[in-house]
Design a protein around this ligand. Structure first.
Ligand SMILES: Nc1ncnc2c1ncn2[C@@H]1O[C@H](COP(=O)(O)OP(=O)(O)OP(=O)(O)O)[C@@H](O)[C@H]1O
Length: 250
């Protein structure tokens, strides 16, 4: 394997959630006083190990609640694991997610500056790229309208255009950013992601669309109830995943 970029060794992540959450502080205090407080442990990730080398394009699949976002958060350094070791240079990681950091009372153009600043772009970078961002999002005409007047597809296009405006980081994490917009925008956004991939980044992609995973990834990790149950070539892992899905639904 080429240079190792991410190494997870027996990584576990546990959350604690209160059962029958109280509706008020008073109710909570009364329950605590009566000894009624019940906390359950959620094993979001359980003893997960893998190594990812430079240039690999790794898809992460699994049903809702299987631990995908938790794994991305650990890799991005948002949370530390409760057990195990995760070797990754967080400074090299860029996490792309959509839909956070927009103010719907501001215009599209103003949101480019707001969301761009949150994404870490400088003012001069944004001045130089604002037109290209609007053009990629196909929003030149609507640039000065408030975002609350946009359709959800328009908001997603703008978010994608901002998130991918800069140079790709060495480790690029895409959390459900593909499959947005209409068919034409999807082709365009997939082409842009391919360009970022070609620039040599190591990429992790979470997507509920097996077609996206099959067409972009070189390897797939399948998480089920926090456990890594399969790690292999996209076709093999996606076929097994789809087979289980069909069995469960029919
Ligand atoms: N902050 C938290 N506190 C308590 N439980 C949490 C927290 N974050 C995640 N969980 C739990 O951990 C488990 C894994 O969640 P996670 O968001 O990683 O799943 P996911 O595979 O990304 O799901 P989805 O496909 O719905 O995005 C779930 O049972 C979830 O309820």
């Amino acid at each position: 394997m080429e240079e190792v970029m991410i190494q997870a060794a027996h990584v576990s992540m546990r959350f604690y959630r209160e059962l029958n959450e109280a509706n008020s502080v008073k109710e909570r205090l009364v329950r605590m006083w009566k000894g009624e407080r019940q906390v359950v442990e959620v094993k979001a990730l359980n003893d997960v190990s893998f190594t990812i080398g430079k240039g690999e394009i790794v898809g992460i699949i699994g049903v809702n609640g299987s631990g995908k976002s938790t794994l991305l958060k650990l890799i991005a350094g948002v949370l530390p694991p409760t057990q195990g070791h995760l070797l990754v240079d967080h400074d090299k990681v860029q996490l792309l997610t959509l839909g956070t950091g927009f103010d719907h009372e501001l215009t599209g153009r103003e949101n480019i500056y707001l969301n761009g600043a949150i994404s870490g772009y400088s003012r001069s970078f944004l001045d130089a790229h604002v037109d290209a961002i609007l053009s990629f999002a196909q929003l030149q005409e609507a640039a000065d309208a408030k975002v609350r007047t946009y359709s959800s597809g328009m908001v997603s296009r703008l978010a994608f255009a901002i998130a991918t405006a800069g140079r790709a980081a060495e480790i690029l994490i895409l959390d459900e950013v593909l499959s947005v917009g209409d068919l034409f925008f999807r082709r365009k956004s997939e082409a842009r992601i391919r360009e970022m991939i070609r620039s040599g980044s190591t990429v992790l992609i979470v997507s509920h669309a097996p077609a996206v995973i099959r067409s972009l990834c070189t390897r797939v990790l399948w998480l089920r109830q926090g456990e890594l149950i399969m790690d292999g070539p996209p076709d093999q892992v996606c076929t097994a995943y789809e087979r289980i899905g069909k069995e469960m639904s029919g």
